[in-house]
Design a protein around this ligand. Structure first.
Ligand SMILES: Nc1ncnc2c1ncn2[C@@H]1O[C@H](COP(=O)(O)OP(=O)(O)O)[C@@H](O)[C@H]1O
Ligand SMILES: [Mg+2]
Length: 452
């Protein structure tokens, strides 16, 4: 699973988004708590400094310096500040030795912004009835402690939310991604032309399942339509075969039982030959339908390709000799057996050799080869005949297509279609190439890659 894929999934993004919203909410909540608490504490500090200043002021001019000294001594936590100054600001008593420069002696509490005090400290400066100035301040250590706690809580909870959010997002997206991977694999099989595959649908019936179900319904319909179209062709071939057979039997009887001579006999013989040709085509068409409908691995077994090629060679040697074409076979004994339908493989290679012999003029050469590639064995049929031009190499695989250049040879244009159907059933790859001169047909005997 690549990180980029993870990031693109909806669960991943949604979870991260939720995490961000949650983190913002936590920050807002803690901020609100701090703000309200700070206001409350500031209020309390004001009450403290005002009441202390009032209590000290009530002592009278004589006893005030002593009272101030006592108050300083009594402040064990060092959070209170006292200062008694003469009317022109000269220090008399207390632990504050200098009045703040912006002090206003009106007895109202204000923020104490001097260095050395915690932010939020409050102080009051009061002019006493006999002219002296009294300073009373209170530090806000509680407030800064609280702020520290809140900032720490924010940092820790932020990190935890981030990590948990990422982990949850990844965990939540992995399952859907895995399912998408299964869907992808199934779709690739469908794209390769396997009509039977369907996308996996879980019992959860969620949105992915809904889409998969929809795709499956479409595939059902496509498969049904395709079989319908195919069966029309097959049915036509099937239904016409019987009357054609009867027609052939009748023509045969006419040719045997009448004593026709000259052009009349020729005509009957030609009619017989044409009927035979038609029958061959119908048989080939039915054969293709049969291969396409076959349950894929019904007759699969380990096959030694060497022996398949040897049998093909054996079968075609006489006709090669008749045509004056050299037919040789070049196999490697070490090729491991493959899992395939031996009968169908024989039919495919036989068709290829049949073509090569048919189209290669006398004196030519046809080679049957078995090669080993990294992925598996490859069967090649190479001839030095006329070959198939570049722009016709795809078309000759279609049903009934025959190249203009080789029309003189008998044939139905269905041989390569049968080979294609067999290759497709095995998931093998059939390819046509220029052998300079001639044609090289290769059958790669390993399942085609999923990405194809
Ligand atoms: N070995 C070959 N050399 C040249 N042309 C070929 C060869 N094999 C096939 N072809 C071309 O491909 C066409 C289709 O082949 P195929 O389906 O076997 O039909 P058929 O053999 O009945 O003509 C042939 O008509 C021919 O034009
Ligand atoms: Mg052929």
């Amino acid at each position: 699973m690549r990180p980029r894929e993870l990031w693109r999934t909806t669960p991943f993004r949604l979870t991260l988004f939720n995490g961000a919203v949650f983190a913002l909410a936590v920050m807002a909540l803690l901020g609100l708590i701090y703000w309200r608490t700070a206001g409350y504490i500031s209020h309390q500090l004001d009450a403290i400094v005002v009441s202390e200043a009032r209590a000290l002021a009530s002592a009278g001019a004589e006893s005030l310096p002593r009272r101030v000294r006592e108050a300083v001594a009594a402040d064990g936590r060092a959070i209170s500040y006292y200062g008694l100054f003469s009317a022109d600001g000269v220090w008399i008593e207390g632990n504050v030795h200098r009045l703040p420069p912006d002090a206003v002696p009106d007895g109202a509490p204000r923020d104490l912004r001097e260095t050395g005090f915690q932010p939020g400290a409050r102080a009051v400066v009061q002019r006493l009835p006999w002219g002296e100035l009294l300073f009373v301040g209170h530090d806000a250590k509680v407030l800064s402690g609280l702020r520290e706690i809140i900032v720490n809580a924010l940092a820790v909870s932020g990190a935890v939310i981030l990590l948990l959010g990422l982990a949850a997002a990844a965990a939540l997206s992995l399952a859907p991604l895995r399912r998408i991977d299964h869907l992808r694999a199934a779709s690739r099989a469908a794209l390769r032309g396997e009509l039977g595959v369907r996308l996996p649908v879980s019992r959860r019936r969620d949105e992915i399942d809904m889409l998969a179900g929809l795709a499956n319904a479409m595939m059902d319909e496509t498969e049904r339509l395709l079989w319908e179209v195919k069966s029309v062709g097959d049915n036509v071939a099937h239904d016409l075969r019987t009357p054609l057979n009867r027609l052939r039997a009748m023509l045969y009887r006419v040719s045997q039982e009448t004593r026709l001579e000259g052009p009349d006999r020729e005509m009957i013989d030609r009619a017989l030959a044409e009927t035979d040709e038609l029958l061959i085509r119908f048989r080939a068409l039915l054969r293709i339908g049969e291969i396409e409908r076959r349950d894929r691995q019904a007759c699969f077994e380990p096959v030694r390709l060497q022996s398949v090629l040897e049998h093909v060679l054996e079968l075609h040697e006489p006709s090669a000799e008749d045509r004056g074409v050299t037919l040789d076979c070049d196999t490697i004994q070490a090729a491991p057996p493959i899992f395939a339908d031996p009968g169908l493989l024989f039919e495919a290679v036989s068709n290829l050799v049949d073509n090569a012999l048919k189209f290669t003029p006398s004196g030519g050469r046809v080679r049957l080869r078995l090669l080993m590639r990294d992925e598996g064995p490859r069967i090649e049929v190479v001839d030095n005949g006329p070959g198939v031009p570049d722009d016709e190499r795809e078309a000759v695989l279609n049903r009934f297509y025959r190249s203009q250049r080789t029309r003189t040879e008998p044939g139905s244009g269905l041989g390569l279609s049968i080979v294609t159907a067999i290759a497709r059933l095995h998931h093998f790859t059939l390819s046509l190439d220029d052998a300079r001169p001639g044609l090289r047909v290769a059958l790669d005997c390993w399942p085609r890659g999923l990405e194809a």
